[in-house]
Design a binder for this molecule. Structure first.
Ligand SMILES: Nc1ncnc2c1ncn2[C@@H]1O[C@H](COP(=O)(O)OP(=O)(O)O)[C@@H](O)[C@H]1O
Ligand SMILES: [Mg+2]
Length: 451
Protein backbone atom coordinates (compact mmCIF):
# COMPACT_ATOMS: atom_id res chain seq x y z
CA UNK A 1 0.00 0.00 0.00
CA UNK A 2 1.38 3.40 -0.89
CA UNK A 3 1.72 6.26 1.56
CA UNK A 4 -0.70 8.15 -0.61
CA UNK A 5 -3.53 5.73 0.10
CA UNK A 6 -2.56 5.65 3.78
CA UNK A 7 -2.91 9.41 3.82
CA UNK A 8 -6.28 9.28 2.15
CA UNK A 9 -7.58 6.72 4.62
CA UNK A 10 -7.07 9.11 7.51
CA UNK A 11 -10.26 10.72 8.76
CA UNK A 12 -10.88 14.18 7.45
CA UNK A 13 -9.02 13.72 4.18
CA UNK A 14 -11.67 11.85 2.34
CA UNK A 15 -13.56 14.50 0.44
CA UNK A 16 -12.34 16.18 -2.71
CA UNK A 17 -15.22 18.54 -3.32
CA UNK A 18 -17.48 20.11 -0.71
CA UNK A 19 -21.02 18.71 -0.53
CA UNK A 20 -23.67 20.65 -2.44
CA UNK A 21 -25.72 21.20 0.69
CA UNK A 22 -23.75 21.90 3.81
CA UNK A 23 -25.35 20.81 7.07
CA UNK A 24 -24.25 22.77 10.11
CA UNK A 25 -24.23 21.04 13.49
CA UNK A 26 -27.06 21.76 15.87
CA UNK A 27 -26.95 25.00 17.89
CA UNK A 28 -26.63 22.94 21.07
CA UNK A 29 -23.45 21.30 19.77
CA UNK A 30 -21.95 24.62 18.75
CA UNK A 31 -22.95 26.34 21.96
CA UNK A 32 -20.95 24.00 24.14
CA UNK A 33 -17.77 25.50 22.69
CA UNK A 34 -18.05 28.70 24.75
CA UNK A 35 -17.42 29.13 28.41
CA UNK A 36 -16.68 31.85 30.88
CA UNK A 37 -12.95 32.00 31.41
CA UNK A 38 -11.47 33.05 34.78
CA UNK A 39 -11.46 36.80 35.13
CA UNK A 40 -14.93 37.19 33.66
CA UNK A 41 -14.09 37.37 29.99
CA UNK A 42 -15.91 35.25 27.46
CA UNK A 43 -13.47 33.17 25.53
CA UNK A 44 -13.86 30.23 23.21
CA UNK A 45 -12.39 26.99 24.54
CA UNK A 46 -9.65 25.05 22.85
CA UNK A 47 -6.38 25.82 21.16
CA UNK A 48 -5.96 28.03 18.12
CA UNK A 49 -7.58 26.41 15.11
CA UNK A 50 -5.25 24.65 12.69
CA UNK A 51 -5.37 25.34 8.96
CA UNK A 52 -8.88 24.10 8.36
CA UNK A 53 -10.75 25.03 5.24
CA UNK A 54 -14.20 26.38 5.95
CA UNK A 55 -16.65 24.76 3.51
CA UNK A 56 -18.56 26.63 0.83
CA UNK A 57 -21.07 28.23 3.19
CA UNK A 58 -22.61 31.69 3.11
CA UNK A 59 -21.73 34.14 5.87
CA UNK A 60 -23.45 37.52 6.04
CA UNK A 61 -22.31 40.02 8.66
CA UNK A 62 -24.22 43.15 9.66
CA UNK A 63 -22.07 45.59 11.59
CA UNK A 64 -22.91 48.64 13.65
CA UNK A 65 -19.34 49.99 13.75
CA UNK A 66 -16.80 50.58 11.00
CA UNK A 67 -14.11 49.02 13.22
CA UNK A 68 -15.96 45.69 13.37
CA UNK A 69 -16.65 45.83 9.62
CA UNK A 70 -12.92 46.34 8.98
CA UNK A 71 -12.01 43.39 11.24
CA UNK A 72 -14.43 41.08 9.48
CA UNK A 73 -13.33 42.38 6.09
CA UNK A 74 -9.76 41.39 6.98
CA UNK A 75 -10.93 37.96 8.12
CA UNK A 76 -12.87 37.42 4.89
CA UNK A 77 -9.66 37.44 2.83
CA UNK A 78 -8.15 34.64 4.95
CA UNK A 79 -7.23 31.53 2.98
CA UNK A 80 -9.38 29.35 5.26
CA UNK A 81 -12.46 31.26 4.14
CA UNK A 82 -11.55 31.01 0.45
CA UNK A 83 -14.48 28.72 -0.35
CA UNK A 84 -17.02 30.52 1.80
CA UNK A 85 -19.10 33.38 0.46
CA UNK A 86 -18.66 36.26 2.92
CA UNK A 87 -20.69 39.45 2.71
CA UNK A 88 -20.33 42.40 5.07
CA UNK A 89 -23.03 45.04 5.43
CA UNK A 90 -23.88 47.82 7.85
CA UNK A 91 -27.00 48.20 9.96
CA UNK A 92 -26.44 45.82 12.89
CA UNK A 93 -29.30 43.73 14.30
CA UNK A 94 -32.10 45.66 12.57
CA UNK A 95 -30.63 45.17 9.10
CA UNK A 96 -29.91 41.49 9.87
CA UNK A 97 -33.48 40.86 10.97
CA UNK A 98 -34.84 42.63 7.89
CA UNK A 99 -32.67 40.46 5.65
CA UNK A 100 -33.89 37.29 7.36
CA UNK A 101 -37.51 38.45 7.24
CA UNK A 102 -37.06 38.86 3.48
CA UNK A 103 -36.16 35.15 3.32
CA UNK A 104 -32.44 35.66 2.79
CA UNK A 105 -30.92 33.91 5.79
CA UNK A 106 -27.29 32.84 5.21
CA UNK A 107 -25.74 29.70 6.74
CA UNK A 108 -24.07 31.90 9.35
CA UNK A 109 -25.57 35.25 10.26
CA UNK A 110 -23.24 37.62 12.08
CA UNK A 111 -24.61 40.65 13.91
CA UNK A 112 -22.48 43.25 15.59
CA UNK A 113 -24.21 45.64 17.93
CA UNK A 114 -23.18 48.46 20.23
CA UNK A 115 -26.59 48.55 21.91
CA UNK A 116 -26.75 48.35 25.70
CA UNK A 117 -27.93 44.92 26.99
CA UNK A 118 -31.67 45.65 27.58
CA UNK A 119 -32.24 47.01 24.04
CA UNK A 120 -30.08 44.32 22.53
CA UNK A 121 -32.00 41.51 24.24
CA UNK A 122 -35.33 43.05 23.26
CA UNK A 123 -34.29 42.94 19.61
CA UNK A 124 -33.07 39.35 19.95
CA UNK A 125 -36.47 38.31 21.31
CA UNK A 126 -37.92 38.30 17.82
CA UNK A 127 -35.03 36.45 16.23
CA UNK A 128 -36.71 33.03 16.28
CA UNK A 129 -39.63 34.42 14.27
CA UNK A 130 -37.43 36.09 11.66
CA UNK A 131 -34.62 33.68 10.86
CA UNK A 132 -34.47 30.30 9.26
CA UNK A 133 -33.91 27.86 12.16
CA UNK A 134 -31.13 26.11 10.18
CA UNK A 135 -28.99 29.26 10.32
CA UNK A 136 -26.34 29.71 12.98
CA UNK A 137 -26.23 33.16 14.50
CA UNK A 138 -23.12 34.82 15.85
CA UNK A 139 -23.49 37.97 17.91
CA UNK A 140 -20.65 40.41 18.48
CA UNK A 141 -21.39 42.67 21.44
CA UNK A 142 -19.46 45.16 23.50
CA UNK A 143 -20.41 43.96 26.97
CA UNK A 144 -18.44 41.20 28.67
CA UNK A 145 -20.82 39.70 31.19
CA UNK A 146 -21.71 36.08 31.95
CA UNK A 147 -25.37 36.78 32.78
CA UNK A 148 -25.77 38.59 29.48
CA UNK A 149 -24.01 35.76 27.70
CA UNK A 150 -26.54 33.26 29.09
CA UNK A 151 -29.44 35.49 28.13
CA UNK A 152 -28.08 35.79 24.60
CA UNK A 153 -27.67 32.03 24.19
CA UNK A 154 -31.16 31.36 25.55
CA UNK A 155 -32.48 33.36 22.60
CA UNK A 156 -31.03 30.93 20.05
CA UNK A 157 -27.70 32.65 19.40
CA UNK A 158 -24.92 30.11 18.81
CA UNK A 159 -21.87 32.29 19.55
CA UNK A 160 -21.44 35.49 21.55
CA UNK A 161 -18.09 37.20 21.01
CA UNK A 162 -16.96 40.33 22.78
CA UNK A 163 -15.59 43.09 20.53
CA UNK A 164 -12.95 43.73 19.31
CA UNK A 165 -12.84 40.41 17.47
CA UNK A 166 -9.62 39.62 15.63
CA UNK A 167 -9.74 37.88 12.22
CA UNK A 168 -8.27 34.77 13.89
CA UNK A 169 -10.99 34.71 16.59
CA UNK A 170 -13.68 35.19 13.98
CA UNK A 171 -12.41 32.34 11.81
CA UNK A 172 -12.10 30.05 14.81
CA UNK A 173 -15.68 30.86 15.78
CA UNK A 174 -16.88 30.14 12.24
CA UNK A 175 -14.93 26.86 12.28
CA UNK A 176 -16.61 25.91 15.57
CA UNK A 177 -20.03 26.65 14.11
CA UNK A 178 -19.22 24.50 11.09
CA UNK A 179 -18.04 21.71 13.36
CA UNK A 180 -14.47 20.51 13.25
CA UNK A 181 -15.49 17.21 11.63
CA UNK A 182 -17.10 18.88 8.67
CA UNK A 183 -14.26 21.29 8.10
CA UNK A 184 -11.76 18.52 7.54
CA UNK A 185 -8.00 18.83 8.02
CA UNK A 186 -6.38 19.78 4.73
CA UNK A 187 -2.90 19.54 3.28
CA UNK A 188 -0.42 22.41 3.44
CA UNK A 189 0.63 24.45 0.44
CA UNK A 190 3.95 26.20 0.10
CA UNK A 191 4.33 28.68 -2.76
CA UNK A 192 7.83 29.37 -4.12
CA UNK A 193 8.58 32.53 -6.05
CA UNK A 194 11.81 34.13 -7.23
CA UNK A 195 12.55 37.81 -6.58
CA UNK A 196 13.97 37.78 -10.12
CA UNK A 197 13.90 35.26 -12.94
CA UNK A 198 16.81 32.85 -12.63
CA UNK A 199 17.29 33.39 -8.87
CA UNK A 200 16.91 29.63 -8.38
CA UNK A 201 13.33 29.52 -7.08
CA UNK A 202 12.36 26.36 -9.00
CA UNK A 203 15.54 24.63 -7.88
CA UNK A 204 14.78 25.46 -4.23
CA UNK A 205 11.14 24.42 -4.67
CA UNK A 206 11.94 21.01 -6.17
CA UNK A 207 14.74 20.20 -3.74
CA UNK A 208 12.71 21.25 -0.69
CA UNK A 209 9.73 19.19 -1.90
CA UNK A 210 11.99 16.21 -2.46
CA UNK A 211 13.49 16.57 1.02
CA UNK A 212 10.01 16.70 2.59
CA UNK A 213 8.93 13.56 0.76
CA UNK A 214 12.07 11.67 1.74
CA UNK A 215 12.32 12.86 5.34
CA UNK A 216 8.71 12.61 6.34
CA UNK A 217 7.75 9.79 3.99
CA UNK A 218 4.53 11.58 3.20
CA UNK A 219 2.99 12.21 -0.19
CA UNK A 220 4.20 15.48 -1.73
CA UNK A 221 3.07 17.07 -5.00
CA UNK A 222 5.14 19.61 -6.94
CA UNK A 223 2.70 21.80 -8.87
CA UNK A 224 4.53 23.55 -11.71
CA UNK A 225 2.68 26.71 -12.73
CA UNK A 226 5.37 27.96 -15.08
CA UNK A 227 3.32 26.82 -18.05
CA UNK A 228 5.67 27.72 -20.92
CA UNK A 229 9.08 27.17 -19.32
CA UNK A 230 8.56 24.98 -16.23
CA UNK A 231 11.46 22.70 -15.32
CA UNK A 232 9.85 20.24 -12.86
CA UNK A 233 9.72 17.55 -15.57
CA UNK A 234 13.38 18.06 -16.46
CA UNK A 235 14.59 18.36 -12.88
CA UNK A 236 12.93 15.08 -11.90
CA UNK A 237 13.96 13.43 -15.17
CA UNK A 238 10.42 12.73 -16.35
CA UNK A 239 8.81 12.72 -19.77
CA UNK A 240 6.92 15.98 -20.33
CA UNK A 241 3.27 15.65 -19.37
CA UNK A 242 0.32 17.96 -19.78
CA UNK A 243 -0.86 17.52 -16.16
CA UNK A 244 -1.14 21.14 -15.10
CA UNK A 245 -2.62 22.32 -18.41
CA UNK A 246 -5.36 19.67 -18.21
CA UNK A 247 -6.03 20.36 -14.55
CA UNK A 248 -6.45 24.10 -15.19
CA UNK A 249 -8.57 23.44 -18.25
CA UNK A 250 -11.20 21.44 -16.37
CA UNK A 251 -10.66 22.18 -12.67
CA UNK A 252 -14.20 21.22 -11.65
CA UNK A 253 -13.68 17.66 -12.82
CA UNK A 254 -10.58 17.19 -10.68
CA UNK A 255 -11.53 14.13 -8.74
CA UNK A 256 -9.02 11.90 -7.08
CA UNK A 257 -8.97 9.47 -10.02
CA UNK A 258 -8.35 12.24 -12.52
CA UNK A 259 -5.58 13.74 -10.37
CA UNK A 260 -3.99 10.30 -10.16
CA UNK A 261 -3.88 10.26 -13.96
CA UNK A 262 -2.55 13.82 -14.34
CA UNK A 263 0.23 13.44 -11.79
CA UNK A 264 3.59 12.05 -12.83
CA UNK A 265 5.03 9.83 -10.14
CA UNK A 266 8.73 10.54 -9.58
CA UNK A 267 9.37 8.47 -6.47
CA UNK A 268 7.41 6.55 -3.88
CA UNK A 269 6.36 9.77 -2.17
CA UNK A 270 6.72 12.53 -4.75
CA UNK A 271 4.61 13.34 -7.80
CA UNK A 272 4.58 16.33 -10.11
CA UNK A 273 1.73 18.14 -11.75
CA UNK A 274 3.93 19.13 -14.63
CA UNK A 275 3.66 22.20 -16.85
CA UNK A 276 3.50 21.58 -20.61
CA UNK A 277 6.73 23.61 -21.00
CA UNK A 278 5.86 24.42 -24.61
CA UNK A 279 5.31 27.72 -26.40
CA UNK A 280 2.97 26.61 -29.15
CA UNK A 281 -0.05 27.87 -27.19
CA UNK A 282 -1.01 30.80 -25.01
CA UNK A 283 -1.84 29.95 -21.42
CA UNK A 284 -4.46 32.07 -19.72
CA UNK A 285 -4.63 31.14 -16.06
CA UNK A 286 -7.67 32.29 -14.13
CA UNK A 287 -7.58 32.82 -10.37
CA UNK A 288 -10.65 30.62 -9.98
CA UNK A 289 -9.22 27.65 -11.89
CA UNK A 290 -5.95 27.98 -10.03
CA UNK A 291 -7.69 28.03 -6.66
CA UNK A 292 -9.75 24.94 -7.53
CA UNK A 293 -6.63 23.02 -8.57
CA UNK A 294 -4.82 23.94 -5.36
CA UNK A 295 -7.89 23.05 -3.27
CA UNK A 296 -7.94 19.65 -4.95
CA UNK A 297 -4.24 19.21 -4.15
CA UNK A 298 -4.88 20.13 -0.51
CA UNK A 299 -7.38 17.29 -0.32
CA UNK A 300 -5.10 14.91 -2.20
CA UNK A 301 -1.77 15.17 -0.41
CA UNK A 302 -0.50 16.41 2.95
CA UNK A 303 1.93 18.77 1.22
CA UNK A 304 2.09 20.55 -2.13
CA UNK A 305 4.95 22.77 -3.32
CA UNK A 306 3.79 25.32 -5.88
CA UNK A 307 6.47 26.47 -8.32
CA UNK A 308 5.42 29.96 -9.45
CA UNK A 309 6.96 31.66 -12.49
CA UNK A 310 8.47 35.12 -12.12
CA UNK A 311 5.37 36.99 -13.31
CA UNK A 312 2.92 39.28 -11.56
CA UNK A 313 -0.70 38.47 -12.32
CA UNK A 314 -3.96 38.24 -10.34
CA UNK A 315 -3.72 34.45 -10.08
CA UNK A 316 -0.13 34.67 -8.76
CA UNK A 317 -1.26 37.13 -6.08
CA UNK A 318 -4.10 34.83 -5.13
CA UNK A 319 -1.78 31.83 -4.78
CA UNK A 320 0.56 33.89 -2.60
CA UNK A 321 -2.27 35.13 -0.40
CA UNK A 322 -3.81 31.71 0.08
CA UNK A 323 -0.67 29.59 0.56
CA UNK A 324 0.24 28.36 4.03
CA UNK A 325 3.92 29.04 3.48
CA UNK A 326 5.78 31.30 1.08
CA UNK A 327 9.41 30.99 0.09
CA UNK A 328 10.97 33.97 -1.68
CA UNK A 329 14.27 33.15 -3.35
CA UNK A 330 16.57 36.08 -4.03
CA UNK A 331 20.08 36.38 -5.37
CA UNK A 332 22.15 38.90 -3.39
CA UNK A 333 21.88 41.93 -5.69
CA UNK A 334 19.97 45.20 -5.69
CA UNK A 335 17.18 44.27 -8.12
CA UNK A 336 16.46 41.09 -6.14
CA UNK A 337 16.40 43.08 -2.91
CA UNK A 338 14.00 45.67 -4.32
CA UNK A 339 11.64 43.02 -5.69
CA UNK A 340 11.83 40.94 -2.51
CA UNK A 341 10.94 44.07 -0.52
CA UNK A 342 7.91 44.62 -2.77
CA UNK A 343 6.83 41.01 -2.22
CA UNK A 344 7.26 41.24 1.54
CA UNK A 345 5.27 44.51 1.71
CA UNK A 346 2.51 43.06 -0.47
CA UNK A 347 2.27 39.91 1.63
CA UNK A 348 2.33 41.85 4.87
CA UNK A 349 -0.69 43.88 3.79
CA UNK A 350 -2.72 41.06 2.25
CA UNK A 351 -2.11 37.95 4.32
CA UNK A 352 -3.80 37.70 7.68
CA UNK A 353 -2.68 34.20 8.52
CA UNK A 354 0.03 31.71 7.69
CA UNK A 355 2.96 33.69 9.01
CA UNK A 356 5.64 35.73 7.32
CA UNK A 357 7.36 34.59 4.12
CA UNK A 358 10.64 32.72 4.36
CA UNK A 359 13.60 34.21 2.56
CA UNK A 360 16.24 32.13 0.82
CA UNK A 361 19.31 34.01 -0.38
CA UNK A 362 20.64 31.89 -3.20
CA UNK A 363 23.85 31.93 -5.23
CA UNK A 364 25.69 33.81 -2.49
CA UNK A 365 29.46 34.30 -2.34
CA UNK A 366 30.03 34.10 -6.08
CA UNK A 367 33.70 34.80 -6.78
CA UNK A 368 34.55 38.33 -7.93
CA UNK A 369 30.91 39.41 -7.87
CA UNK A 370 30.14 42.36 -5.60
CA UNK A 371 27.03 41.46 -3.64
CA UNK A 372 24.73 42.77 -0.95
CA UNK A 373 25.27 41.25 2.47
CA UNK A 374 22.85 39.03 4.36
CA UNK A 375 22.63 41.80 6.99
CA UNK A 376 21.54 44.33 4.36
CA UNK A 377 18.79 41.99 3.19
CA UNK A 378 17.71 41.28 6.76
CA UNK A 379 17.53 44.94 7.71
CA UNK A 380 15.70 46.15 4.59
CA UNK A 381 13.20 43.29 4.60
CA UNK A 382 13.04 43.01 8.40
CA UNK A 383 13.29 39.29 7.80
CA UNK A 384 16.09 36.94 8.80
CA UNK A 385 16.92 34.64 5.88
CA UNK A 386 15.86 31.05 6.47
CA UNK A 387 18.78 29.87 4.34
CA UNK A 388 21.82 31.29 2.59
CA UNK A 389 22.86 28.95 -0.22
CA UNK A 390 26.21 29.47 -1.84
CA UNK A 391 26.80 29.72 -5.55
CA UNK A 392 27.96 26.25 -6.52
CA UNK A 393 27.74 25.89 -10.30
CA UNK A 394 29.34 22.47 -10.35
CA UNK A 395 26.96 20.75 -7.95
CA UNK A 396 23.81 22.55 -9.13
CA UNK A 397 24.78 22.36 -12.81
CA UNK A 398 25.57 18.65 -12.79
CA UNK A 399 22.48 17.75 -10.73
CA UNK A 400 20.26 19.77 -13.10
CA UNK A 401 21.76 18.24 -16.22
CA UNK A 402 21.43 14.73 -14.74
CA UNK A 403 17.79 15.30 -13.78
CA UNK A 404 18.68 14.72 -10.12
CA UNK A 405 17.99 16.45 -6.85
CA UNK A 406 21.07 17.72 -4.97
CA UNK A 407 20.43 15.09 -2.30
CA UNK A 408 20.53 12.27 -4.88
CA UNK A 409 23.59 13.75 -6.52
CA UNK A 410 25.53 14.24 -3.31
CA UNK A 411 23.90 13.63 0.06
CA UNK A 412 26.89 15.19 1.82
CA UNK A 413 26.75 18.45 -0.16
CA UNK A 414 25.99 21.42 2.08
CA UNK A 415 22.89 22.46 0.08
CA UNK A 416 21.40 18.96 0.58
CA UNK A 417 21.52 19.50 4.37
CA UNK A 418 20.09 23.01 3.88
CA UNK A 419 17.14 21.67 1.88
CA UNK A 420 16.44 19.21 4.69
CA UNK A 421 16.40 22.14 7.15
CA UNK A 422 14.00 24.06 4.92
CA UNK A 423 11.82 20.96 4.57
CA UNK A 424 11.50 20.63 8.34
CA UNK A 425 10.76 24.33 8.77
CA UNK A 426 8.06 24.29 6.08
CA UNK A 427 6.34 21.30 7.61
CA UNK A 428 6.89 22.63 11.13
CA UNK A 429 8.56 19.40 12.20
CA UNK A 430 11.68 18.87 14.17
CA UNK A 431 14.50 16.72 12.90
CA UNK A 432 13.43 13.03 12.75
CA UNK A 433 15.28 10.85 15.24
CA UNK A 434 17.43 8.94 12.81
CA UNK A 435 18.84 12.20 11.47
CA UNK A 436 20.06 13.54 14.77
CA UNK A 437 23.63 12.55 15.34
CA UNK A 438 23.84 10.02 18.20
CA UNK A 439 25.84 11.22 21.16
CA UNK A 440 29.20 9.45 21.54
CA UNK A 441 28.06 8.70 25.08
CA UNK A 442 24.86 7.03 23.87
CA UNK A 443 26.00 3.44 24.58
CA UNK A 444 26.94 4.44 28.16
CA UNK A 445 23.61 6.25 28.63
CA UNK A 446 21.87 3.13 27.32
CA UNK A 447 23.67 0.95 29.86
CA UNK A 448 22.70 3.32 32.66
CA UNK A 449 19.10 3.34 31.43
CA UNK A 450 19.28 7.04 30.53
CA UNK A 451 18.91 6.62 26.76
N1 LIG B 1 23.12 27.93 -5.59
C1 LIG B 1 23.26 27.77 -6.90
N2 LIG B 1 24.47 27.74 -7.45
C2 LIG B 1 24.63 27.60 -8.77
N3 LIG B 1 23.64 27.46 -9.65
C3 LIG B 1 22.39 27.46 -9.17
C4 LIG B 1 22.13 27.62 -7.78
N4 LIG B 1 20.78 27.59 -7.60
C5 LIG B 1 20.24 27.42 -8.80
N5 LIG B 1 21.18 27.34 -9.75
C6 LIG B 1 20.99 27.19 -11.19
O1 LIG B 1 20.41 28.40 -11.66
C7 LIG B 1 19.60 28.15 -12.81
C8 LIG B 1 18.27 28.83 -12.65
O2 LIG B 1 17.55 28.20 -11.61
P1 LIG B 1 15.96 28.10 -11.58
O3 LIG B 1 15.64 27.32 -10.37
O4 LIG B 1 15.42 27.66 -12.87
O5 LIG B 1 15.59 29.64 -11.35
P2 LIG B 1 14.15 30.36 -11.34
O6 LIG B 1 13.11 29.32 -11.12
O7 LIG B 1 14.22 31.32 -10.19
O8 LIG B 1 14.03 31.05 -12.63
C9 LIG B 1 19.51 26.64 -12.92
O9 LIG B 1 20.38 26.24 -13.93
C10 LIG B 1 20.00 26.13 -11.59
O10 LIG B 1 20.62 24.85 -11.68
MG1 LIG C 1 11.37 28.86 -12.13
Amino acid sequence: MTRQSEFRRQPGHARLTPPAVFALPSPAQSRSALSLAPGGSLRPQGAAAPARAIPAISIHAFCDSTAAAAELEAASTDRRLAKAHVEISTGGIDAALAECAAGRTPNILVMETALPPPQMLAKLDVIADSCDPAARIMLVGHVNDIALYREVLSRGISEYLVAPVSPQQFIEAVARLCGAQSCGEVGRIAAFIGAKGGAGSSTICHNAAWAISELLKCQVVVADLDMAFGTAGLDFNQETMQGMAEALHAPDRLEEALLDRLLTKCSQHLSILAAPAAIDRDYEISSGACRTVLDALRQYAPFAAVDLPHVWAPWVKQVLISADEIVITAAPDLANLRNAKNFVDFLESTRHSGGRPRLVINMARQRKRPELSVEEFASVLELEPALVIEFDPETFGLAANNGQMIEEFSRKARPAQQFRELALALTRRSEPRELTKPSPLAPIFDKLGLG
